[in-house]
Design a protein around this ligand. Structure first.
Ligand SMILES: Nc1ncnc2c1ncn2[C@@H]1O[C@H](COP(=O)(O)OP(=O)(O)OP(=O)(O)O)[C@@H](O)[C@H]1O
Length: 276
């Protein structure tokens, strides 16, 4: 899975965002910026508000307060609430875990969903649509499943199909909620390599939720560490991934080393049994 060069620039900025479910506040004044060509990873414990924040950036969760702006290649920042669904879908896509499986539909037809903002009425697929679908399937390793029904796929295969749907949309901003969940070792590595290529070669602005802190350290340009709905720390991996920050937020002992061979940060949670 290797991305090919395209020029794209878009950025997104969320400022002091407050999000609620009913009367319960689950995100309280969070700010995050996604820059073209950069990967920003959202990390933090279960329930800290990562997915809800990402969903609000995809216009899927109403804000109680704060602003979220999108800046296109030439334009001024625009508040996303002022953009209609079609214009927004030209600029931003979200990969998430919550999908009903369209059991009987063939993979190629599912990936074609990604072209919805580009299509007019009931017109068939244009050559551009077909090229974008083929490319998205190539990048996600789903070409050989094109004619299979979704109901025949494994969880990880289906996940790659949903990633292909997002890539077929050809947006400048890509939001990814745990894209490596359910994937085997090879496709975890290939998906993260693809995310890296999409940022570096295609200048996409990428926001990604990851639970694996070593993956986040290796992939991200900047990190946002959430805890109890607030941003506990944000900055470069070295600034955020400190033993102090991680021990405080995850409430266990965490050790952080620099791998002498690779220069990469290594995060090691310490189990109760190791402490004896
Ligand atoms: N549909 C919902 N209704 C009510 N509360 C919800 C709903 N979805 C999430 N929450 C609550 O909102 C808070 C934030 O959840 P969210 O899914 O954003 O966290 P997260 O950091 O993505 O967690 P995880 O790492 O477990 O995926 C949690 O306390 C959760 O219980």
């Amino acid at each position: 899975m290797t991305a090919h060069t395209l020029s794209a620039t878009g950025s997104m900025h969320a400022e002091n965002v407050v999000l609620r479910y009913g009367k319960t506040t689950v995100v309280e004044g969070a700010s995050i910026s996604l820059a073209p060509g950069e990967i920003t990873a959202l990390i933090g414990p279960n329930g800290s508000g990562k997915s809800t924040l990402l969903r609000s950036m995809a216009k899927l969760h109403e804000r109680a307060a704060g602003s979220i702006t999108l800046t296109g290649p030439l334009g001024q920042p625009r508040e996303i609430s002022t953009l209609n669904g079609r214009d927004f879908a030209h600029e931003v896509t979200l990969f998430s875990q919550s999908h009903a499986t369209p059991e009987g539909l063939a993979v190629a037809d599912i990936v074609a969903f990604g072209r919805h903002p580009h299509r007019r009425g009931f017109a068939g697929l244009s050559p551009e649509d077909r090229a974008a679908i083929a490319r998205a399937m190539d990048l996600t390793g789903t070409t050989n499943m094109a004619h299979k029904a979704a109901g025949e796929l494994s969880g990880g295969e289906l996940q790659r199909v949903w990633l292909a749907v997002c890539l077929a949309q050809q947006t400048n901003v890509v939001l990814l909620d745990e894209p490596t969940n359910h994937l085997d070792l090879r496709y975890q590595v290939e998906t993260l390599d693809l995310v890296h290529d999409l940022a570096r070669e295609n200048a996409l602005a990428i926001g990604i939720v990851l639970h694996d802190l070593n993956q986040a350290a290796a992939l991200a340009d900047s990190l946002v560490l959430m805890n109890h709905g607030q941003v506990h720390a944000s900055g470069t991996p070295a600034e955020v991934l400190t033993a102090e920050n991680l021990s405080e937020v995850y409430e266990i002992t965490v050790q952080v080393h620099t791998d002498l061979n690779t220069g990469m940060l290594r995060i090691e949670p310490v189990s109760r049994h190791q402490q004896r």
